[in-house]
Design a protein around this ligand. Sequence first.
Ligand SMILES: [Cu+2]
Length: 503
Amino acid sequence: MSTLKRVLVALCSTAVVLVLALGGGAFWLYSGSDVSTAGTEFTREMAVPPLAPSTVRGDGTRVFDLTMQAGHKEFRAGSKTPTWGFNGDYLGPTLRAKRGEKVQVRVRNTLDEHSTVHWHGMHLPARMDGGPHQMVAPGASWAPHWTVHQPAATLWYHPHPHGRTEKHVQRGLAGMFLLDDERSAKLPLPKRYGVDDLPVVVQDVRFDGADFDHDHRLMANSGFLGDRTMVNGTLAPYKVVQDELVRLRLLNASTARVYDFGFTDGRQFSLIGTDGGLLEEPAALERVQLSPGERAEIVVRMEPGERAVLRSFPQKNYGDFWQTRFNGGDDTFDVLQLRAADTLRPSPELPAELGEPKLPDGSDSVRGRFFGLQTSGINGKAMAMDRIDETVTRGTSETWTVRNHDGVPHNFHVHDVQFRVLEVDGRQPPPELRGAKDTVFVPSGRTVKLAMRFTGPADPDTPYMYHCHLLYHEDGGMMGQFVVVEKGQQAGKVRTPHPHAGH
Ligand SMILES: [Cu+2]
């Protein structure tokens, strides 16, 4: 063999080995990147978060107490996982109040870190919102108060410290905040909490020994993705039900995971509510997709003695092949098993008419704004605590157009308001996006048009947030700030939070 030939053969063999190694590595990465818990054996009874006790003061204010605390929880027998919770080791109690009621929540932070508590979906003054400007120092308390001025809905609460939200929620700081109103009280809907009206707080987790493993998966740029799910902090949960109709209040409290919920037998269910409350009428669906922060209220019909499994199916609209595979779009989770008793109490038929969302329809919008989503920031800007990005006028409606021109899945959450989704890529939105929303999934390449009304109160110095609710993105700067001002008023100057804020 000539020297040249030998060199060529050596080069070729090296190339072949390299290609094989790279190909094998890629295959290993690819095939290891989809997760399925289909066929789960459901072995633990689903926990139901307790209803938070409250007292009513002389002036009618309903007062709750929430203590942020560190603890341990035995998710699996014999393994004590370090956790955070409200009034307990993990998650928090369900707060419940009525439309028109004055509420106050006395928040006490006994953690060794600053945090906040944000009332997700609540219409309230900016100073009470619990965003990154209302920090509560270790050992300090904060007692926001407001009047409930919105319809019955499934809202929730969680920390919102800038740059730390993912960590605080992952450790267990989250809970539901249910609102009732006169109309919802009269409707013949399943409404016995923990019996035929179930809170379903869904989170994905991964364990490393006894500890949570919060590392991000290789190649995943949407944030943390777990390899199994919990409901209300229970792994492999089942719930025995004794009524023909069961209402599930689904909350995606995961930090980056998107779910496409349905039942393994393909049965239809009735969607009765979205983020901000009841739909005008029930919608028969087989699937409902929820990105982080979104809620859906569904009612499912049970047959005596049967078992029904709520599953999250692979996503259909998750962007390209790469995004779908590496950001969890291909994953399947068996989330919750409902076990029907052998005899079921009859439930009244669902009413044909439910709520009156009264959402703006865009016709009275006084201005439009555009929000371009990229992981690096919104409209090319990363979050700055002392910069007000948008100023809106109290009492007016606006149309916000939100476009994801990134390759990565995002969503969009606006504080203080419930909006109507006018269009998804220029078309009428699907049923699950036709009710009141405060968070909407915006996968790669999608454009959504939202109509919202800002009813105040005005506060030119204290901003509300709009942001991606994939918490890794939010923490990294995918957030902006808006203030609500009186007509003709200018945005003020943000008082950056004092590190020892709280009173
Ligand atoms: Cu995002």
